[in-house]
Design a protein around this ligand. Structure first.
Ligand SMILES: Nc1ncnc2c1ncn2[C@@H]1O[C@H](COP(=O)(O)OP(=O)(O)OP(=O)(O)O)[C@@H](O)[C@H]1O
Length: 341
């Protein structure tokens, strides 16, 4: 559905050149929810502007929904843009128009007759769950409702691709979840390809099938979300994964526990999919002459399956401890010794 080949974007500023996007190669499949994560300045916004043709790359080729965006101009660019829609962090609604009029706006621009417009707006209001708020103005809506209007408006002309630019960053956690659920629902019901950029790993965990990690304009790592959670390779990816699996207080708690246990080892186990369903702790206690203490655990769901982390303290003869670790490794469970307590 989307392909980028050796795409580079250089901005020429007064004093120097800034390479915002640096030789990116990506393929995004039809019907996929694809996440692009990076810290501020990584080049995410530039990349998304390249995808909808708002910017031209300095080098490389971009194809979206069969349109070669890089070469499209005038009428053909407008046609391509109709198939690529976008939602924004700050919603970008028209404040003097009601919900209904905001959603109708792209249909008006597209020359859709009034009768068809009204019918389509009704469908969209139902799809995003805004029944009863049709005649409200944006200033009378909550953040979540405003983003629902943004989504309905973006879907009005039946796009093939929806680009989401930090679409939940201005929302509280609960509202974020409801908007993410709506995006998954739309992806499943309409088969829409969704590309989202974010700096929050829980957004990736919750709804994306695949993810690309951006740093200094480059994609430094990409893959299935569950694989990236299981085995993050780059230091930046490890930091993003920790946002979800190990909140700050977990590290503090673990350090406290390490200090508390004078003997044995504190280890972190990471489980993925089926490996999360084995009676690992029972087997450890049965098969080895060890004492096992569960310190902290968490299971998260991703679009491709479950992912869990468990911190345990094991104590016993050093050879028995080593044998136990070898046993766990054979079960395809990632083991990291946090500290020799
Ligand atoms: N129009 C521009 N002219 C010059 N430099 C730019 C322009 N737009 C972006 N940049 C630079 O390109 C780099 C990438 O910026 P970009 O906005 O794409 O990153 P980002 O990951 O989206 O960050 P943020 O989330 O803060 O927007 C930054 O160094 C930025 O200063």
């Amino acid at each position: 559905m989307i392909s980028l080949q050796n795409v580079t974007k250089v901005y020429n500023t007064k004093n120097n050149k800034v390479t915002a996007v640096d030789d990116i190669n990506l393929t995004i499949n039809s019907g996929e929810i694809y996440g692009i994560i990076g810290y501020s300045g990584a080049g995410k916004s530039t990349l998304i502007r390249l995808l909808n043709g708002l910017e031209k790359p300095s080098k490389g080729l971009i194809t979206v929904a069969g349109h070669e965006i890089t070469k499209a101009k005038g009428g053909s660019l407008r046609k391509a843009r109709r198939e690529i829609s976008m939602i924004f962090q700050h919603f970008n609604l028209l404040w003097s128009r009601t919900v209904r009029e905001n959603i109708a706006f792209p249909l008006e621009i597209n020359g859709v007759p009034k009768k068809d417009r009204l019918k389509r707006v009704d469908e969209l209001i139902k799809l995003v769950g805004l029944e009863g708020r049709e005649n409200a103005y944006p200033s009378q809506l909550s953040g979540g409702q405003k983003q629902r209007v943004g989504i309905a408006r973006a879907l009005a002309n039946n796009p093939k691709v929806l680009l989401c630019d930090e679409a939940t960053s201005a929302l509280d956690p609960q509202t974020t979840d409801s908007i993410l659920e709506l995006l998954v629902d739309i992806n499943e019901r309409l088969g829409l390809t969704i590309v989202l950029i974010t700096h929050e790993m829980h957004v990736i965990r919750k709804i994306c099938h695949r993810v690309a990690v951006m740093e200094s304009g480059m994609v430094v790592e990409q893959g299935e979300v569950l694989d990236v959670f299981k085995k993050p390779k780059q230091p930046i990816t490890k930091r993003f994964v920790q946002q979800v699996t190990e909140p700050e207080e977990t590290r503090e708690t673990i350090q406290h526990l390490v200090d508390q246990y004078p003997n044995g080892k504190v280890i972190q186990l990471s489980f993925v999919g089926e490996s999360a369903e084995q009676p690992l702790i029972t087997n450890l206690i049965r098969n080895f002459n060890l004492s096992v203490n569960i310190l902290q655990g968490k299971i998260s769901q991703t679009q491709n399956g479950s992912y869990g982390t468990l911190f345990i303290h094991i104590d016993g003869e050093p050879t028995e401890v080593e044998k136990a670790i070898e046993y766990i490794e054979k079960l395809e469970v990632e083991v990291e010794v946090i500290a020799n307590a």
